[in-house]
Ligand binder design. Structure first.
Ligand code: IMP
Length: 206
């Protein structure tokens, strides 16, 4: 039987990324617009896992196929995890250059610059019996100044230095970033799980 999964996001770039990773498993990835659905749930949880689950359940209640959702953000240790689940809403209406500079301002004089990008991805099976959340994390630190020159990526990429890459996300190519990023890591865990489920070797690992 053909396997279908809907990715509960309006971001077409993410849908494309998920489609590329899941199509080798024989899974057809549909977008919300393919199903004529809109994400209506409010992200009221204070964790990425919580919000990812809210999004997945919202869509699962309104369709009959398997669902995958995600929630991500930047977590800065010295700011108690801020902006965290508020990453998208922080200083709404302002540009990311302004947002990034505001974060650098908050960290001015702070020596602990540790930070991580985190993604939670939730999978809900078509029969709604399986509900699993996978976490992807990429650790690093926040730069001390806004970098000069053209930056790749989006959002908080210019100010995040990835330990795994030994360079900032703003300096990385899309391919380099995907190889280590929070989203890439979470998605590879989902792929490993679905592959094991496909061939009956699920170990139940998170
Ligand atoms: P989402 O849950 O993936 O939509 O991410 C929420 C917010 O976190 C985004 O609007 C960005 O502000 C931030 N964010 C998530 N992933 C990244 C990334 O890879 N680079 C930069 N910012 C990100």
């Amino acid at each position: 039987m053909e396997k279908k999964i809907v990715f509960a996001s309006h971001n077409e770039n993410k849908v494309r990324e998920v489609r590329e990773m899941l199509s080798p498993l024989g899974i057809t990835v549909l977008s919300l617009s393919d199903l004529g659905l809109k994400q209506t749930a409010e992200e009221t949880a204070d964790t990425f896992e919580g919000n990812s689950l809210i999004k997945a359940k919202d869509i699962a209640a309104r369709c009959e196929i398997a669902v995958l959702s995600d929630d991500s953000g930047l977590s800065i240790e010295a700011l108690d995890g801020f902006p965290g689940v508020h990453s998208a809403r922080f200083m709404e209406g302002h540009s990311y250059v302004e947002k990034n500079k505001a974060i650098l301002e908050r960290l001015s004089g702070v020596s602990n610059r540790k930070a991580a990008f985190i993604t939670a991805m939730t999978y809900i099976s078509a029969d709604r019996k399986i509900e699993k959340t996978f976490i992807g994390k990429d650790e690093g630190h926040i730069l001390t100044a806004f970098p000069a020159g053209k930056q790749n990526g989006f959002g908080y990429d210019p100010i995040f230095f990835s330990d795994a890459l030994s360079k900032s996300y703003g300096e990385a190519t899309e391919e380099e970033k995907n190889a280590v990023s929070h989203r890439g890591r979470a998605l590879r865990k989902v792929v490993a799980y679905l592959r094991s489920e496909n061939d009956g070797t699920d170990t139940g690992n998170r």
